[in-house]
Design a binder for this molecule. Structure first.
Ligand code: AMP
Length: 468
């Protein structure tokens, strides 16, 4: 049975009204499949990509059940528990739930590490209809008996594969076993590695399995490209790409926290407005970085995988992988930040010689060979810019626009970056290694940050975002 609108699912009227107010007229494919199964009381195993509408899919049936329930909630008890891998995702889920509940009478409490314990404990003391939590803090408070889960009839594990990567399996098992035996359990994951299948088998009771796209496939609307580059040239490549204003809202992924800081610092020195988000930042700094990115105050957000997980910022035009992730699955998550809600998006990965194996792993997972441009320094690897087109960059003239969302020909031998033919000021690109003006004059192939710093000192003043 398919539903062309939300009214046919038997959801609470309040929720259907809120959905209409939010402009959600048509259920997404995952919602079409998951909502009826959950409304029928079944456990659910959902394999869905980011941006598929999975949050509404799992929360609407639960909210309907909670709204129908009568009587007061016992102190310290929890009606529905939703576990998410990161604080950002938990905050986002909670925000969505609040939107759906609207003026309805349901309480929701966030339980997150890195935030005041006492205010969470105080809220839990009264009992909560919904708790959205990261597993570590929740397990701690459970140990300390600040909440009880024996009356919890709904348990959701969102982005389960990510929770596995983050080492949350032990707390998850402990939390699940503290929930009511006859609870409904829902698990969502973008990928289904064997450990997740095992966890699902142990926690879910005869689940309905819903999948909106085969495992590991990437959203079709996202165009993907590889730029081969020596590792030391990546900064220049990135600068070249960013000259194109078509890259209007960009997440730049780095593999490590240190790497993210370094990339953000380089971008800042090069005169870009940038915010950074990673696990070493305080929760407040993470939220404010995210806010300035979401509100358009900064065009660039540099992020690590963990911090970026679940970020739902509309209209991200490009995802740039400054490094490829260690786990191929994370590539799918990263690029899923763009191309959301049916929009188009472009994902560009800068790949150096040490990352060719990771690139092969990604291509195996997504079952696609990605178009390449650029080239690697001699001896760094055997790959070049595609069939018979090694495309070594030639300095200076004739270089065209960088790859961008506006230029989607994906030709294998496209120039990596360079002077824009239509550079408005007529100034050379000082970040271009071959410009003769910039960090790489004298033929040095390595960007010299100290030079860039001097050159950008003036432009930098007043431009610094503070978050990076
Ligand atoms: P999610 O996959 O849950 O992170 O959702 C991705 C985005 O889709 C969020 O911004 C939701 O608010 C939005 N969304 C969810 N369901 C619908 C729908 N039926 N129609 C339009 N947008 C939706």
């Amino acid at each position: 049975m398919t539903h062309s609108n939300f009214a046919g699912f038997g959801l609470a009227d309040t929720l259907v009204r809120s959905l209409a107010d939010a402009g959600f007229t048509k259920p997404t494919p995952i919602q079409e499949k998951a909502i009826p199964a959950q409304m029928a009381g079944r456990d659910l195993l959902g394999i869905a990509q980011t941006g598929s509408g999975k949050t509404a899919a799992f929360s609407l049936p639960i909210l309907t059940a909670l709204m129908k329930r009568e009587g007061k909630r016992a102190s310290r008890s929890v009606g529905a528990l939703i576990l998410a891998p990161t604080r950002e995702l938990a905050v986002q889920i909670n925000d969505m739930i609040r939107t759906y509940v609207g003026r309805g009478h349901l309480s929701s409490v966030l339980v997150l590490g890195g935030m005041s314990r006492q205010s969470q404990i105080n809220k839990l003391a009264r009992g909560a209809d919904v708790v959205v939590a990261t597993p570590g803090r929740l397990a701690d408070l459970l140990d300390e008996r600040k909440l009880r889960l024996d009356l919890t009839q709904h348990l959701v594990l969102d982005e389960a594969d990510r929770m596995l990567d983050m080492g949350f399996i032990a707390p998850i098992r402990k939390i699940a076993s503290a929930c009511a035996q006859d609870r409904q359990t829902v698990m969502f994951s973008a990928t289904m590695p064997p450990e997740i299948a095992k966890l699902a088998a142990s926690l879910l009771n005869d689940p309905v399995r819903v999948e909106v796209a085969p495992q590991g496939t990437t959203v079709d609307a996202i165009e993907q490209k590889i730029i081969l580059s020596g590792s030391k040239l990546k900064r220049s490549v990135l600068n070249g790409l960013l000259e194109d204003e078509g890259l209007s809202r960009v997440i730049v992924f780095a593999r490590t926290k240190h790497g993210a800081d370094k990339v953000a610092k380089g971008l800042d020195l090069d005169g870009h407005k940038v915010a950074a988000i990673h696990g070493n930042k305080s929760q407040n700094a993470r939220q404010s970085a995210l806010r300035s990115f979401r509100d358009g105050h900064v065009r660039l957000l540099v992020a690590t995988d963990i911090a970026a997980r679940g970020i739902d910022v509309p209209d991200i035009s490009h995802v740039i992988n400054y490094d490829l992730p260690d786990e191929a699955e994370n590539y799918v998550h990263r690029i899923g930040r763009t191309g959301r809600n049916g929009a188009t998006g472009l994902a560009i990965s800068l790949v150096d010689g040490s990352e060719l194996k990771k690139l092969r792993d990604v291509e195996k997972l997504i079952r696609k060979t990605l178009p390449r441009s650029g080239s690697l320094p001699e001896g760094a690897g055997t790959e070049t810019a595609g069939a018979g087109a090694p495309s070594r960059r030639r300095p200076g003239n004739g270089q065209k626009r960088p790859v961008s969302g506006r230029r989607r020909d994906a030709s294998a031998d496209a120039p990596v970056f360079g002077e824009k033919a239509d550079r408005p000021s007529g100034q050379p690109n000082r970040h271009h290694p071959a410009s003769g003006k910039g960090p790489n004059r004298n033929g040095a192939r390595k960007p010299r940050w100290s030079t860039a710093r001097k050159q950008n000192a003036a432009g930098r003043r007043g431009k610094r975002s503070g978050a990076a």
